[in-house]
Design a protein around this ligand. Structure first.
Ligand code: GLN
Length: 280
C-alpha cells in the first residue's frame, strides 16, 4: 500500500464524507486538523507521511461521519461565541443560531453591572458561560436536568474559567429560593411532534430530552413563563430562543403573562430566533 500523506488523507476524507454533507470541504478540514493534529494551512501543503494507526483512526472517524453521526461529537468540542465547549452524546450541540440570543442579552445588559441571570435548560452551558464572560461581573446560575448534560455543563464552566453556579435540577419543579433575576434566558426543547418525525440525520443523535417540546413545541415556553415570571425583577428580561415560526405563539404567551415591550430578533439566516419581553 502506498503511504498516505497529510494531503492525500485529506482528499480521501473529502471523498468519504462528500455524500453526507455539502459542507464536506469544511468538515474534512476540521476532522483532519483534529485527528492529524495539524494546522489548516499546513494540511493541504504537507506531503509528509501519516502514521498508519493515526491514518486508520481518521478513516474510521470519516466513515462514522458518513453515516450521519455529528461532526461535533466526533471532534468532542465546538466553538460558540468565540469560545470552545466540550460536547458529546447526551448534550445538545451549541449552534450559531443561539448566538442571536447572546446579542440580545448583551444589548440589554449594556453598562449594567452585577446582573443576576438564570439560564434554564442549560445543556452544554454555552449560554450561561458566554453570559458570564461577556457581561460586566454578572451572577449567573445555570439549571440543567439531565445528568449527562450536567457533566458537560460543569466541564465547560471549568474549561472557560467562568463564574457560573450550576444546579442539577428540573426547571419545572425547581423549588430553591432563587429570585430577583434581572435576566431569565432559555433555549428550551422546542421541536414539535412533526419535527421529531423528520429529524435531520445528525440531529437524531442528539438527546430527545433537549429537542422535543411536546406536540406543538410550545410546552416549555408556557411552563417556564408561568413558573419563572415571579422570580424576575420588575423591568427584568425573559428571553427565549424559539423554533422557526413560533414567534407569534411565544409572543402571545409572554403577553398573557403580563410581559411588556415584547420584541423579536432574527438570526443570520433571517429566521426569527429570539422572542423577549420585559417584566411589568
Ligand atoms: N435548534 C435545534 C434544532 O433545530 C433544536 C434545539 C431546541 O429544541 N432548543 O435542531
Amino acid at each position: 500500500m502506498v503511504e498516505a500523506t497529510y494531503n492525500s488523507a485529506y482528499k480521501t476524507v473529502c471523498e468519504i464524507i462528500k455524500p453526507i454533507t455539502e459542507n464536506y470541504i469544511f468538515e474534512a478540514t476540521e476532522l483532519c486538523c483534529h485527528f492529524l493534529n495539524i494546522s489548516k494551512t499546513k494540511l493541504i501543503t504537507t506531503d509528509l507521511p501519516v502514521e498508519e494507526t493515526v491514518y486508520n483512526k481518521l478513516i474510521d472517524v470519516a466513515k462514522t461521519r458518513a453515516n450521519g453521526y455529528p461532526l461535533q461529537y466526533l471532534i468532542g468540542e465546538w466553538e460558540f461565541y468565540g469560545r470552545k465547549f466540550d460536547v458529546g452524546e447526551g448534550v445538545l450541540i451549541p449552534r450559531a443560531d443561539t448566538e442571536t440570543l447572546i446579542d440580545v442579552l448583551i444589548e440589554y445588559a449594556k453598562d449594567k453591572k452585577s446582573l443576576r441571570v438564570a439560564d434554564l435548560c442549560s445543556g452544554s452551558g454555552c449560554i450561561a458561560v458566554t453570559v458570564a464572560k461577556e457581561l460586566l461581573n454578572p451572577e449567573v446560575y445555570a439549571i440543567e436536568k439531565s445528568q449527562e448534560a450536567y457533566h458537560y455543563l460543569l466541564s465547560n464552566i471549568k474549561k472557560n474559567h467562568a463564574n457560573v453556579t450550576a444546579k442539577l435540577g428540573d426547571v419545572l419543579t425547581f423549588n430553591e429560593d432563587l429570585s430577583e433575576f434581572d435576566i431569565v434566558v432559555s433555549n428550551p426543547p422546542y421541536l414539535t411532534g412533526e419535527d421529531m418525525k423528520n429529524l435531520q440525520k445528525e440531529v437524531s443523535f442528539e438527546p430527545e430530552l433537549a429537542l422535543y417540546g411536546d406536540d406543538d413545541g410550545l410546552f416549555f415556553y408556557k411552563e417556564i413563563t408561568k413558573l419563572w415570571k415571579n422570580r424576575i425583577k420588575t423591568g427584568g428580561l425573559l428571553a427565549y430562543e424559539i423554533g422557526q415560526g413560533q414567534e407569534i405563539a411565544v409572543s402571545e404567551i409572554l403577553k398573557e403573562h403580563g410581559f411588556k415591550t415584547i420584541c423579536q430578533r432574527a438570526d443570520l439566516c433571517d429566521i426569527i430566533r429570539v422572542v423577549y419581553g420585559v417584566k411589568n
